[in-house]
Design a protein around this ligand. Sequence first.
Ligand SMILES: Cc1cc2nc3c(=O)[nH]c(=O)nc-3n(C[C@H](O)[C@H](O)[C@H](O)COP(=O)(O)OP(=O)(O)OC[C@H]3O[C@@H](n4cnc5c(N)ncnc54)[C@H](O)[C@@H]3O)c2cc1C
Length: 261
Amino acid sequence: MNAMTQTSSRFQQGLTRLLQSRVADILSYPHGVDRYLEVFNPLWSVNEVRAKVEAVRYLTNDSVTLTLRPNHNWEGFIPGQFVQLSVTINGKRQTRCYSPANSLHRADGCIELTAKVHANGFVSRHLREQLSVGDVVLLSQADGEFALPEQRPEQVLLISGGSGITPVMSMLRTLCDEGFSGPITFLHYANSAADMIYASELDEIARTHDNVTLVRCFNDEGEQGELSGLFSREHLYIAAPEFAQATTFLCGPPPMMAAVE
Ligand SMILES: Cc1cc2nc3c(=O)[nH]c(=O)nc-3n(C[C@H](O)[C@H](O)[C@H](O)COP(=O)(O)OP(=O)(O)OC[C@H]3O[C@@H](n4cnc5c(N)ncnc54)[C@H](O)[C@@H]3O)c2cc1C
């Protein structure tokens, strides 16, 4: 760190301490310091994690993938965890949980959230239809015990259904970035190939990593996956015959989770 950077970082720390102080609290009462800071820059906040929308992608007809750049309050996440995302719709703050899907080792400091749009879903529809680059959303810190252990397992089985793909996608991307060489089976359930989020990236990962086996299972008739229909014990024996030796991570709709368990 050069002298200039050190001075600017000390200045920033001092300013943050001042803005978090009791005096700042009293002076900004009743609105709080953040309400004044956001007038200058919507990303500025003493305590809140705010994130700027850097990119919006539509990987399927009913989903939206957001690249978000969080401010300096963001403390990071463990693959598998979720954040609470808040947006203001018709003047009211609405909050829903989403699991970052990006690798822990993503170099640009951004996180990626993918929401599958529910037919009458209030927030997921808003994210797809209204959110655009430059908007600012509010995030919680990451939370949740469903997480890739620090001591990586020797063999991994990832099972997901629908939008449950996001936390296990983060695990897969992270393990691949780490050069993990143990066997990974990625078993995913979707209605159809067109409905499968991250389909082409998963294809590419399986093609370029000898240790990754991708097993797609589609529910709609006539769809060509490695398997079809709903989860069954037989699927497990076909997709991952050595499942008993693997550490399994599972995320999907409740009936699917119950069946797998
Ligand atoms: C830990 C965790 C992590 C999650 N991670 C993700 C993720 O990464 N990606 C993701 O896509 N989702 C994720 N979710 C789900 C997400 O939090 C939301 O629940 C989802 O996006 C739906 O929110 P919504 O506001 O669009 O739907 P809501 O408005 O909350 O509606 C919920 C459901 O009720 C239905 N509904 C609403 N109104 C009516 C009505 N009048 N009649 C009949 N049905 C109705 C909707 O169609 C929808 O299916 C996660 C949830 C949890 C708990």
